[in-house]
Write a protein that binds this ligand. Structure first.
Ligand code: NAP
Length: 306
């Protein structure tokens, strides 16, 4: 039986593993996709204390290697069921039918990209529709592309793509951006980024590949087509907590209800990172959650043994 089972290998989960292992606890991390979470697709990180500039890939890989070097067990498998209690021990079942037992659990599954919900969106995925500018931007070198969104991801994507593509249309549903003003300033000063504000994407055109998008003005309701080879959708995230509905309390948007102490309503189960209710979803706060949740697990195990 593991002391701590961590579900999710993003910044929160991997930081929790560091703190758990350094406290001498047996720790296993389960990840259904790749290590690193959302940060692995971020071109540049410039707001993590002590690191002036690093790529998301390097940051995530260094973190993963640190966790493995500390002797953390790691499994690429999806947790689909959690049973038991802190008093009796928890039993987790994976998609492939394997089981694992643990004294405490940290849920750190983060969030996934929100989709537009437009008819051709899934069909054109990988054929002009992308949710990751860092991963797919190079395919559209010298072309005209669009980014949809008004948060830090959309702003960073637009800046990144402006260095690769002929022209970048940045489409946002309001006329004010949610993202940092430092990024907004760069966007406004970049000659080949055209702002398309108060606008939403209402249609995706093209059969075999994306050829154009229809953009709807939210003020006038007028529509126009813009010819682009790619649309990078950066309209936020939705939490990946479906397997835990019915286990721990979720809010209306699907985030695990937990405060800054990362405690859920179930003893022995903690929530860390972007998947829990919180006001600021950042690399720093994900790392902070991981540390808090792991130390809370250690405290619980210690008090049980006293
Ligand atoms: P976000 O901050 O939630 O922004 C999502 C954007 O998409 C908002 O501008 C929102 O518009 C828009 N949007 C949401 N639903 C939409 C819809 N259905 N149709 C059209 N537009 C829609 O998401 P994010 O940019 O991915 O960032 C997520 C978190 O990661 C944030 O906390 C962000 O600060 C953080 N992050 C940080 C960095 C960094 O520090 N370097 C980099 C990337 C992300 P409204 O503004 O009108 O709501």
């Amino acid at each position: 039986m593991y002391d701590i089972i961590i579900v999710g290998a993003g910044t929160a989960g991997l930081t929790a593993a560091i703190y758990g292992r350094r406290a001498g606890k047996s720790v296993i991390v389960y990840e259904s996709e790749t290590y690193g979470g959302q940060i692995i697709n971020t071109p540049e990180i410039e707001n993590y204390p002590g690191i002036k500039n690093v790529s998301g890939y390097k940051f995530a890989t260094d973190l993963y290697e640190q966790v493995i070097a500390l002797g953390t067990d790691f499994e690429y498998d999806k947790i689909v069921k959690i049973e038991g209690s802190f008093e009796e021990g928890f039993k987790l079942t994976t998609e492939f039918g394997k089981t694992c037992e643990g004294k405490t659990i940290i849920l750190a599954c983060g969030a996934k990209n929100r989709h537009l919900g437009l008819p051709m969106e899934e069909k054109l995925l990988g054929r002009g529709i992308s949710y990751c500018a860092t991963c797919d931007g190079a395919f559209f070198k010298g072309k005209n592309v669009a980014v949809n969104g008004g948060g830090n991801t959309a702003l960073e994507d637009a800046i990144y793509l402006s260095g690769l593509c002929n022209k970048v249309y940045l489409i946002h549903r309001r006329d004010a951006f949610r993202g940092e003003s430092a990024l907004v300033d760069i966007v406004r000063q970049t000659a080949n980024i055209e702002l398309v504000l108060n606008s939403t994407v209402s249609e995706l055109k093209g059969e075999k590949k994306l050829e154009a998008i229809t953009v709807k003005d939210t003020v006038t309701s007028g529509e126009r087509d813009i010819s682009v080879d790619a649309l990078f959708v950066a309209i936020g995230q939705v939490p990946s907590n479906e397997p835990f509905a019915g286990l721990v309390e979720l809010d209306q948007s699907g985030y695990i209800v937990a405060g800054e102490d990362c405690k859920t309503n179930v003893k022995g189960i903690f929530a860390a990172g972007d998947g829990r209710t919180k006001t600021l979803r950042q690399l720093t706060t994900a790392a902070s959650d991981g540390a808090i949740a792991a130390v809370a697990c250690c405290d619980l195990i210690l008090h049980e043994n006293q």
